[in-house]
Design a protein around this ligand. Sequence first.
Ligand code: NAD
Length: 369
Amino acid sequence: MKNKGLILITGATGYIGSHTVIELINAGYDVVGVDNFYNSTAKVLDGIKKIVGFNIKFEEVDCSDYKAFEKVFVKYPNIVGAIHFAACKAVGESIEKPLLYYRNNIVSLLNLIDLMNKKAKQANIVFSSSCTVYGQPSKKYLPIPETAPLVKSPSPYGKSKQMAEDILSDSVVAFPELKVCALRYFNPIGAHPTAYIGELPNGVPMNLVPFITQTAAGIRDHLNVFGDDYNTPDGSCIRDYIYVVDLAKAHVKALDKLLGEEPEAKKAAAKKIVAAKNSPYPAAEASGRWFVYNLGTGKGLSVLQLVKGFIKATGVKFNYVIAPRRKGDVEQVWADPSKAKKELGWKAATPIAEVLKSAWKWQQTLPKK
Ligand code: NAD
């Protein structure tokens, strides 16, 4: 297979980064991963090796340390694109430690943009954004399209994603070589089908599926379902759960587009581009080098549907109780992913039962405590 070029992956040993490394290699890209193991371990590299059959290029680096990060670009002058996963991501923690979140998430991004502009062979950046930028959309925006209004997030984590989109879109306007794709993830779940890599929550899981699998494994006594009196069919919150491998594949499509392999992108670039009405990023959009996509399934599932779906898919029962609503939870949100389908040729395809089975298979490889 033809080598499609060297891609820098920040946060490469993290949950989504590690799955994306695999899909990029499967698609013919060469990768160099960086991570400072803030929220992952070097063992993930062994899991990646078991899947792809070789040691990937990897540097232990803190992306917020400019000098250290610069050395990666000196060592690998042929980088043609970067996917920026490296960030702190716990919403609750971000409220207690705002400076940690702003420093890590923003400074790392500033360094990446600067180094991609100055040192990389081509400045293409795919950025991990989040559906948190939409807050709780009104009913008329469900499923939510990219054109829905952005809402100021109550958490420093959410704000850091919004700031990052602002910084990237301003940079696209200022730097003619820079192309950016911001991917707004909904709720990634599941693990690689081999169960060699998966989600490794630190302490008590903040996300639903690791909590379910840990409860099913007997590590936790019961799962709290926060609220059954929301304005949803069964009263529990609704989210758009997307399989991490499907999500990883979207990054390949995004890079293909930025690197100009997508014929539609070439056609679009030749046309005069008019920014969408009310776009928060009109100048960036008009440049033809700024793209935003929702990555979700397009289907909302309630917490109770997911709990019951897990029990049905795996045959493993566990205790769950209805608890009071949790402060700050959005009632319901799910994606309109049609733009990603149309422009990237990407669609989340894996059935939820298979996804939940992959999460359970992964849990069974982890320590019992
Ligand atoms: P993760 O914590 O598993 O992965 C992030 C990785 O980045 C970790 O391995 C961590 O050690 C590394 N990292 C953090 N700061 C670093 C730094 N300064 N230098 C080098 N490495 C650093 O998280 P994830 O779930 O894989 O998320 C990846 C990205 O996607 C994050 O930007 C996150 O905000 C975003 N995102 C995640 C979700 C989700 O539910 N998992 C949803 C929306 C958006």
